[in-house]
Design a protein around this ligand. Structure first.
Ligand code: WT7
Length: 633
């Protein structure tokens, strides 16, 4: 097992070692895992191409490290706990032995259905134990999993399946979210009308609703499981073989497939999990994220299981059957570490303390947040009412591309400051740059957040398009990975993340590209053009504000609004629906035709005194018109 830091003094000395000799530092951590063959070169890199290889030549299978290596010492310890959407439904648990067995069986089902090493398999599933098992089953046989959050629409799902040419889709009859039952298989059926690469669909039974079966393509998991053995040797992988693809939005174009590899990702997720959450033997750890996002990959499945932890999955939503559900579950399962998102905290905060008061919450040792900057009010509420003022909050900053937590406190080991993520983890070398790329050395300064040295779990490429990886992350500043975030460093060197500096909106901790939403809106036949920006939203952090030009005058605004929302739901999914739509006659454009989103952002944010110089616009009068209508709303 990797090293667990036990004091702030030790953090400082480990950090210093990790910067002085990163290769030595990570080689030492990596050696604690089970490798079939040792690696030849600890690190080989340049950020120009970019090329980053950690532990190249090393052979391993990540599931042998998540499962097999724990069987001897903790075979009967619970590995995976599962809490159902419906509080009346019994929870489930799998010991390491049982989880190992289920993963092997699922892996054999995949093989029976034609899966082999290197294939891409798409998972579009609810938060059932079978989702966690399926992820590991893919890794067991060396297939690359691509989990798509089950809130995305058929079109968005089809795009992702096609981008990676997946040959198998894993899904379920339905998804249960609170009172709702959403027909997942129906969405898959619709998507697959445009996905020629898919040969098989394996369906898990969730809600028992009827589904249509395409003979020769669709099979039921429970039927398939009857036909397989519980023995499945793990495929031998190179450290730099891809482990998974996960799609995420950027400021331009369609979502891209972020590729993570086996060895480095393994080392860093285990190390960061144990250190940030200060997980101790016997603890119960709960991360409320969905496995459809990176948080679920790294800190529900891989990190915790690699560390031999007991990790919990929750199928439901925070407000069902009422806004006390999280706290009820914390008491029920005696949760020690609890990891959630600021948007959930704000939503529960708004529901009132009567939902918190009935619960003891006395098993909690560490609270975590992730996904967006946490405002002071939410931080204080979390601290006072959930932590009872006694336990540390770790505000963890990271990204899909970073694979693991980059900046965070390590449990109670060291100083913490409200709304500051804090210090970088050992091995992470953040810097602040000015817009020209000049290094900002002083403290008490704001700048663009970049990373100047590779770390084991960093993005290797964007699937099928390495140039896009280079352009998006490695071209803005020479020899740096650029995060897209702005940050502030205080007098003690602690980092506070300010937010995105690009055309990315963070809605409830989910990343949505403005271009993506605009493309969706423009699919609506009455729309001529649109521009989308983010604005502050009390619960979601940011909301989506759309300025829309329609063809001709519209009679019924409400109807057109509804129709635009339906278009966005269809093209992307409900999570991308704009909160506000304002119809406009023209958009502020430069003489070369570029939409000035900066001006629109200021209007939507209500910062009308900061519109700046509009005289260079093609038609400055449009700004006045938009502002006038905005104020009328
Ligand atoms: C973006 C990454 C990493 C898992 C969840 C989101 C924002 C993330 C924090 C934090 C302030 C944060 C950043 C980042 N972000 N964590 N603790 N404080 N901002 O993953 O979808 O890849 O989004 O989320 O803007 O760039 P993601």
């Amino acid at each position: 097992m990797t090293h667990q830091i036990d004091s702030f003094e030790e953090y400082k000395s480990e950090y210093a070692k990790s910067v002085k000799d990163p290769k030595k530092f990570w080689a030492k951590q990596a050696k604690t895992f089970h490798w079939r063959k040792p690696w030849k070169k600890t690190l080989d890199w340049n950020f120009k191409e970019p090329k980053v290889k950690w532990f190249a030549g090393g052979k391993l299978n990540i599931t042998e490290n998540c499962l097999d290596r724990h069987l001897k010492d903790r075979g009967d310890q619970v590995a995976l706990l599962w809490e159902a959407n419906d509080p009346k439904e019994a929870s489930k648990s799998y010991t390491y032995k049982e989880l190992h067995r289920e993963v092997c069986r699922f892996a054999n089902v995949l093989k029976r259905n034609g899966a082999k090493k290197g294939d891409r398999i798409c998972l579009y599933m609810p938060m059932l134990p079978e989702l966690g098992i399926a992820v590991l089953a893919c890794a067991r046989i060396g297939a690359i999993h691509s989990v798509v959050f089950a809130g995305f629409s058929a079109n968005a799902l089809a795009d992702r399946i096609n981008d990676a040419s997946c040959n198998i889709v894993l899904t379920s009859d339905a998804i249960r979210r609170g009172k709702k039952v959403i027909p997942a298989k129906l969405v898959v059926d619709e998507a697959l009308q445009n996905c020629p690469s898919v040969k098989k669909v394996i369906i898990t039974n969730c809600a028992g609703i009827e589904v249509s079966i395409t003979e020769g393509r669709d099979v039921w998991l429970f039927e398939e499981l009857k036909k397989v053995s519980a023995k499945c040797p793990a495929e031998e992988m190179d450290a730099e073989d891809p482990l998974f693809v996960l799609y995420t939005s950027g400021s331009t174009g369609k979502p891209k497939g972020v590729v993570h590899t086996c060895g480095g990702y393994m080392v860093y997720t285990e190390y960061s999990f144990k250190n940030v959450f200060q997980y101790k033997e016997g603890d119960i750890y709960w991360c409320t994220a969905d496995i459809g996002w990176i948080t679920g990959h790294s800190y529900i499945i891989y990190g915790p299981l690699l560390a031999g932890a007991t990790t919990m999955m929750f199928e439901g939503v925070p407000t069902y059957p009422d806004a006390g559900r999280f706290w009820k579950v914390v008491d029920k399962h005696k949760v020690n570490q609890f990891y959630t998102a600021p948007t959930a905290i704000r939503a529960l905060m708004a529901c009132g303390l009567q939902h918190v008061k009935p619960y003891k919450l006395n098993t909690l040792k560490v609270l975590g947040t992730v996904g967006e900057p946490i405002n002071e009010e939410a931080w204080n509420w979390y601290d006072e009412h959930i932590g009872k003022g006694k336990i540390p909050i770790v505000d963890t900053w990271w990204q899909t591309e970073t694979g693991g937590i980059m900046i965070s406190a390590l449990g109670d080991k060291g100083p913490r400051k409200a709304t500051y993520a804090g210090y970088p983890l050992p091995g992470i070398q953040p810097v602040l740059l000015d817009p020209k790329g000049k290094l900002i050395k002083e403290n008490e300064k704001e700048g663009l957040l970049a990373i100047r040295f590779p770390w084991p779990s960093m993005i290797r490429t964007t699937y099928g398009d390495h140039k896009r990886c280079k352009n998006t992350y490695f071209s803005a500043f020479k020899n740096h990975y650029f995060t897209g975030d702005g940050a502030r460093r205080d007098k003690d060197g602690m980092y506070r993340i300010i937010g995105r500096v690009d055309d990315v909106i963070n809605v409830s901790g989910h990343r949505i590209g403005t271009a993506e939403v605009e493309n969706a809106i423009n699919q609506n036949p009455v729309v001529v053009e649109s521009a989308v920006v983010g604005y502050p939203h009390a619960i979601k952090g940011q909301g989506i504000y759309a300025f829309v030009i329609t063809a001709g005058k519209i009679k019924n605004e409400e109807e057109v609004r509804k129709s635009i929302l339906a278009t966005v739901s269809k093209e992307i999914g409900k999570i991308a629906k704009p909160e506000q739509i304002q119809f406009v006659a023209g958009l502020p454009k430069t003489r070369s035709g570029k939409i000035m989103r900066r001006i629109l952002r200021k209007i939507a944010e209500g910062r009308h005194d900061q519109l700046g110089d509009v005289s260079t616009l093609l038609d400055p009068s449009v700004v006045e018109k938009i502002l006038k209508d905005f104020l009328k709303k």
